[in-house]
Design a protein around this ligand. Structure first.
Ligand SMILES: CC(=O)N[C@H]1[C@@H](OP(=O)(O)OP(=O)(O)OC[C@H]2O[C@@H](n3ccc(=O)[nH]c3=O)[C@H](O)[C@@H]2O)O[C@H](CO)[C@@H](O)[C@@H]1O
Ligand SMILES: C=C(OP(=O)(O)O)C(=O)O
Length: 434
């Protein structure tokens, strides 16, 4: 059994260089397959999902080399078919971008239904709507689906809800489709803009990215480029929140503060001091944390992916806080785990009612998704004694080297392997694996 081990920690002082965005990388890597030229992308994190993408790519003849923390070189000149490995494509969420990236070239793409963070049911009806809008036929099996199109025709799509994934998939299909595509009610997330920026550098004609109407004029061919992925705003936001649990100061470097505004304002509101520079943000906390209400939404509203870390932060507040997550109303699997550590949280129809101020005590808890992992690490830092967090594989989907990253923040956590139920005081028996 593997787990992460976290000890109560106070008064931190650290500097963290934020890695490239997972959610951007998962779209940029398939996007690089739209051309037969070489594409170089800097800053791709060496996380589990990226490793799976690399294996899937290799299985269809795409060359993908990743030097850790450096450049990823992608060459899709020799891809002929897109019969993708089912289990691999079902092991993470964003495999659907392979359809957007390969349908034009291969005319047929077969893959497994998306997996990934299993906090809730996550429909892909908007992706299906996108495929059909471009003229594709979809054949659905019990564990796989095939998307077939001899030709992709530009179209107009009004999304039924704001979805970053389906917006990006539509962009991937539109850049080489015949004619013009107009996407309405499109997502405005920084990761959507990042994808459009790279595609424009490859010769695409995309206008309006970052607004809710994106217009794409299809082109005949895209060419290679060198690009750098944006920083991971989700990892950066969680680090800033951490000072609310440990007290002290933390500076995140290599960030784009504009991407994190909804988080920064909320942190100031609850009592964390925020100092924003051009590409770094310092958060400090000496005093009390105030209770608040949080409601998630699609960008630029407070993002669902930091709802779980925010829950841990609000455990420190005297009084009652309320977190509602309309984006994923069932994303609360972290709550029973936090309650095991002494928290007092009740969940009622997509809303967590948090009674802050309780003492937290270390224990054994389980992370069911990457952000639940972050949230449990944060609670562990405030809990008396030692906290062990299982479900590391979920955390590894989003963090390349979580131990080293926290170390730079002045926080010591360990990856351990062995007998989980050995007495927590019996510290020296564990075998750190990183
Ligand atoms: C790999 C990646 O980038 N993952 C992020 C992406 O996921 P992902 O792109 O899957 O999430 P979406 O933006 O598509 O989801 C937004 C909302 O639309 C709904 N929806 C989406 C698609 C669809 O076909 N039908 C449908 O009903 C979802 O249930 C959700 O309520 O955005 C989410 C919302 O910010 C984040 O939590 C994920 O970290
Ligand atoms: C939900 C997340 O990721 P994914 O969509 O890849 O499951 C996340 O990063 O918090």
């Amino acid at each position: 059994m593997r787990w992460l081990e976290v000890k109560q920690t106070s008064n931190i002082s650290g500097h963290v260089s934020i890695p490239g965005s997972k959610n951007s990388s998962l779209a940029l890597l398939p996007a690089a397959m739209l051309t037969s030229d070489k594409v170089i992308i800097d800053g791709i994190p060496d996380i589990y999902d990226v490793r799976v993408i690399r294996k899937i790519a290799e299985s269809i003849g795409v060359e993908m080399h990743l030097d850790s923390g450096e450049s990823c070189v992608i060459n899709a000149a020799n891809v002929e078919n897109a019969e993708l490995p089912i289990a691999m494509t079902s092991s993470f969420r964003a495999s659907y971008y392979f359809v957007g990236a390969l349908l034009h070239k291969c005319k047929s793409v077969t893959l497994g239904y998306p997996g990934g963070d299993n906090f809730v049911d996550r429909p892909i009806d908007q992706h299906m709507k996108v495929f059909r809008s471009f003229g594709a036929e979809i054949i659905q099996g019990h564990d796989r689906y095939t998307v077939i199109a001899d030709k992709l025709s530009g179209c107009e799509i009004y999304f039924d809800m704001i979805t970053s994934g389906a917006t990006m998939n539509a962009v991937l299909l539109a850049v080489l489709a015949e004619g013009t595509t107009k996407l309405r009610n499109a997502a405005t997330d920084p990761e959507v803009v990042d994808l459009c920026n790279m595609l424009n550098l490859m010769g695409a004609q995309i206008a309006g990215a970052g607004t809710d109407v994106i217009r794409i004029q299809g082109v005949k061919k895209l060419h290679g480029c060198t690009y750098k992925v944006i920083p991971d705003r989700l990892i950066a936001s969680a680090f800033l929140m951490t000072v609310g649990l440990t007290k002290g100061t933390i500076t995140v470097h290599n960030v784009i503060p504009e991407h994190m505004k909804s988080c920064l304002y909320k942190l100031q509101e609850v009592g964390i001091e925020i100092d924003v520079k051009e590409d770094s943000i310092t958060a400090s906390c000496k005093g009390i944390i105030r209770a608040t209400r949080v409601r998630t939404g699609m960008y630029p509203i407070f993002y669902t992916d930091i709802q779980q870390p925010m829950t841990s932060l609000l455990l420190m507040a005297e009084g009652k806080s309320i977190i509602t997550d309309p984006v994923y109303p069932h994303r609360f699997s972290h709550v029973p785990e936090l309650n095991k550590l002494g928290a007092d949280i009740k969940v009622r129809s997509g809303t967590a009612l948090i009674k802050g101020g309780n003492m937290l005590y270390g224990g054994i808890v389980h992370a069911t998704d990457v952000r639940a992992g972050t949230c449990l690490i944060m609670a562990g830092l405030a809990a008396e004694g030692v906290t062990r967090i299982t479900g590391i594989e979920h955390v590894e989907r989003g963090y390349a080297d979580i131990v080293r990253l926290y170390e730079s923040a002045g926080i010591s956590i360990r990856k351990c392997e062995g007998d989980l139920h050995r007495t927590i005081a019996d510290d020296c028996e564990f075998t750190p694996t990183a």
